[in-house]
Write a protein that binds this ligand. Structure first.
Ligand code: FEO
Length: 394
């Protein structure tokens, strides 16, 4: 593997994992992912910023010989999760005199998760600097994007920042520099939805910090490098913003189409009022698409059939995901159909309670919707319209 040139003394030593189909065993990947590692060669010392996913450790370690790197002085661990820290033990074996440089929280993580000996770790404080000779690394401790142990490494003389998971994308590439495209934007948005959205308020803080810093390049630990930082910072400004769009999400599961017919009817009524909606099949749908829609949706109306006196299990899955991803949705309701009875919405409403949503009266029907149920759906569409108008979305 030949390293890719980024700037004098700075190289990309990462790898594409184009065969990876799912991340965290949760979100399907459309474009695989990359695990980015960077080499920074100063006039006196050499540092490696983040390492490699364990599956590729051998190839990664061999790459140092292939690229003529005979000495590593510092291994910078921006984050302890093993897709970036997993090859630290092997790298320490290859370069026994190297020190792992990280913050106190990450130091504990890599000691416990990777058994890195304490005496091999140099702990740095926020804004501390480390000289490599003609290059200086400055560490900006940045907890919460997305673990409490994260930090950014700023290469001062080059005005380049390595942001680890923050501003990344699950995306593979040949050219290491980002070429803006719909596909890249979609991958970055799905990645944001799953990994960063629960920490949107923290994201806003760091977006502002990086905007103020006016960096020349952003080097994340997944996905391509941003030579135009505004591209990804502007996207994050939108995605992590507090206000949703004039959009209703309609996740549904329907055993005999009764629920789906009501979802379709509501979608049509919303459309007549100028409110777009996204219908999402909770059984066959791609969870990543739902997560991505949650970045923008202001209202969620979930439709479910009754299964054994309660909601369909797929509905619980979606409600759980929505509750942990902490989307910017403000309004919610439920639609459902039952055969003989039960409690369709109670437990789901409880699960969503931490989101403090404004809940519109749910609609539950026995079997097919009748004329008065359609009137209730008309009313629900009207209420959603009024609330979106109050929020300034229409
Ligand atoms: Fe890409 Fe949090 O690791």
């Amino acid at each position: 593997m030949k390293y890719k040139f980024i700037k004098d003394g700075i190289f990309y030593a990462g790898m594409n994992d184009s065969g990876r189909l799912i991340f965290d065993e949760l979100i399907p990947l459309d474009n695989g992912t990359s695990y980015n590692s960077y080499i920074v060669k100063g006039s006196e010392k050499t540092a490696v910023i983040d390492t490699m996913y364990p599956k590729f450790t051998k190839e990664y370690i061999d790459s140092f010989d292939e690229n003529g790197i005979t000495k590593v002085d510092y291994i910078i661990a921006n984050h302890g999760e093993q897709d970036h820290s997993g090859s630290i033990p092997a790298l320490l074996e290859k370069f026994p005199s190297a020190l792992v440089v990280t913050n106190a929280v990450c130091a504990k993580n890599i000691q416990e998760m990777l058994l890195v000996p304490e005496d091999k770790i140099k702990i740095v404080a926020n804004n501390e600097e480390l000289s490599l000779g003609d290059k200086t690394l400055k560490f900006i401790i940045s907890p919460g994007v997305h673990w409490p142990d994260t930090m950014f490494t700023y290469i001062k003389e080059d005005n380049i920042i390595c942001t680890c998971d923050f501003l990344g994308a699950h995306y593979t590439f040949d050219d290491v520099f980002a070429v803006p495209s719909k596909e890249l934007e979609k991958s970055a948005k799905k990645y944001f939805a799953e990994i960063m959205m629960p920490f949107s308020n923290v994201c806003r803080k760091y977006v502002k910090q990086l905007q103020d810093l006016k960096v020349d390049m952003i080097l994340p630990s997944h996905g391509p490098i941003h030579k135009n930082p505004d591209y990804i910072l502007n996207l994050y400004e939108d995605w992590a913003g507090e206000k949703g769009k004039n959009l209703v999400l309609l996740p549904y599961v329907s055993m005999y189409k009764s629920t789906e017919e009501m979802i379709d009817y509501l979608s049509e009524k919303l459309k007549e009022k100028g409110i777009p909606s996204i219908k999402y099949d909770m059984v066959d749908g791609n969870l990543g698409d739902l997560a991505m829609a949650l970045v923008d949706g202001t209202t969620i109306v979930l439709g479910t059939s009754m299964v054994l006196a309660g909601p369909h299990p797929a509905a619980f899955n979606t409600v759980y995901l929505a509750s942990v991803l902490r989307p910017k949705a403000k309004i919610a309701s439920f639609i459902g159909s039952y055969g003989w009875g039960g409690n369709l919405f109670g437990k789901m409403a409880e699960m969503l309670a931490p989101l403090k949503l404004d809940v519109i009266e749910p609609i539950m029907v026995k079997g097919k919707a009748k004329a008065d149920d359609y009137l209730k759906l008309d009313n629900m569409a009207e209420i959603i319209y009024s609330k979106h108008k109050e929020l300034g979305l229409i």
